[in-house]
Design a protein around this ligand. Structure first.
Ligand SMILES: *[C@@H]1O[C@H](CO)[C@@H](O)[C@H](O)[C@H]1NC(C)=O
Ligand SMILES: *[C@@H]1O[C@H](CO)[C@@H](O)[C@H](O)[C@H]1NC(C)=O
Ligand SMILES: *[C@@H]1O[C@H](CO)[C@@H](O)[C@H](O)[C@H]1NC(C)=O
Ligand SMILES: *[C@@H]1O[C@H](CO)[C@@H](O)[C@H](O)[C@H]1NC(C)=O
Length: 308
């Protein structure tokens, strides 16, 4: 009898706890469903705060770097700057500096939809214009440009790039890199990196796809209102469109950054430590002004190369 009672009590207890658990689960689900509606709004607000903080940090970094390096320029130097590349939307008082390999086609399409594209000298437009640009980790941008121009199916077949790649091979041969067949279209990343370093050392302007972003957009002179990052493209793009009151007219297309970490390790492992250091010096302004640490994502490569 006692035993039966105990069994009954145990059973009741188990039943009770099961019911309690079930009720708890159901209410949890209900709560999740209910909060889901307001969640996007909440996240939106949260993102805006974070983007705003990022933005303030980047502006501070830019002013610090330009001040520290004495790179602020006065107007007399303006005529020496190549400012031919900027896009101006007079109707919306927007100035955009396109940087190849940093979602620049997407931006051009979007701005064209707003008001057509118009190339203008940014300094012709007053403080009331909002000036913005987008940047990307320089080593990642360099690899992306190499893969695009030397391996990508579209640029491999384009005549302009074919003859460009031939000139790269000829330049390497003329600089004493033997064993390169100028007729064979097969430049390696290692050869390309050497080309970039040599060309930069000789004081030549680099092709826009790998020209330092600093030299494309002259941030110490133009003083951008927004410097977006490729790594946070969607948030930064939405932030800029909202701040310039065009977010009801155009939408930045849904976009997720691809993880290039494996590619970075694979390609940069083929360079020497010296070459990586030389590239660091080519992209010194970009790394420091836009807040990218070195070696950053290349840390494993640098460790590996340094250890052997
Ligand atoms: C900029 O303004 C100067 C005169 O102030 C003018 O000569 C020039 O054509 C303008 N350039 C552009 C691209 O609008
Ligand atoms: C150079 O490349 C071309 C095209 O691939 C090839 O026909 C030629 O035999 C190569 N020359 C040498 C010396 O390898
Ligand atoms: C490029 O191709 C040529 C022959 O076509 C070859 O001799 C050379 O080794 C190749 N270079 C590389 C870096 O693969
Ligand atoms: C790295 O170099 C090796 C040997 O030269 C070559 O076989 C390989 O394809 C290169 N890898 C990349 C990603 O360029």
């Amino acid at each position: 009898m006692k035993c039966f009672h105990l069994w009954l009590r145990k059973r009741t207890l188990r039943l009770l706890s099961t019911v309690t658990l079930l009720v708890f689960c159901l209410s949890l689900i209900a709560w999740v469903i209910k909060t889901d509606e307001s969640d996007t709004e909440f996240r939106d607000e949260f993102n805006t705060k974070e983007v705003n903080a990022n933005h303030n940090l980047r502006t501070k970094l830019m002013h610090e770097y330009c001040g520290k390096t004495g790179k602020y320029m006065d107007d007399s130097q303006e005529k020496h700057l190549d400012l031919s590349n900027f896009i101006v939307l007079e109707k919306y008082k927007l100035v955009y500096c396109p940087v190849p390999k940093v979602s620049c086609t997407v931006w051009k399409n979007l701005l064209a939809k707003l008001d057509g594209l118009f190339l203008g000298r940014p300094t012709n437009y007053s403080q009331t214009y909002t000036k913005f640009m987008f940047v990307r980790e320089p080593f990642e941008r360099l690899l992306s440009a190499y893969r695009d121009v030397f391996l990508g199916w579209w640029k491999r077949s384009a005549d302009f790039w074919k003859s460009y790649r031939k000139r790269v091979r000829e330049y390497l041969v003329s600089s004493g890199r033997l064993g390169i067949n100028t007729s064979a279209d097969n430049t390696t990343f290692e050869e390309f990196a050497t080309y970039v370093v040599l060309k930069h050392r000789n004081g030549k302007d680099l092709q826009e796809h790998w020209r330092p972003m600093y030299d494309l957009c002259h941030p110490c002179y133009i003083q951008f209102d927004f410097i977006g990052h490729y790594e946070t493209l969607m948030d930064d793009a939405q932030f800029i469109l909202r701040k310039t009151n065009v977010d009801d007219k155009v939408q930045f297309p849904e976009w997720r950054p691809t993880d290039t970490n494996d590619l970075m390790q694979k390609y940069y492992s083929n360079l020497t430590l010296l070459r990586i250091a030389q590239l660091q010096s080519v992209y010194k302004d970009d790394l420091e002004l836009f807040g990218y640490t070195f070696p950053g994502v290349l840390q494993p490569v640098v460790d590996k190369l340094g250890g052997t």
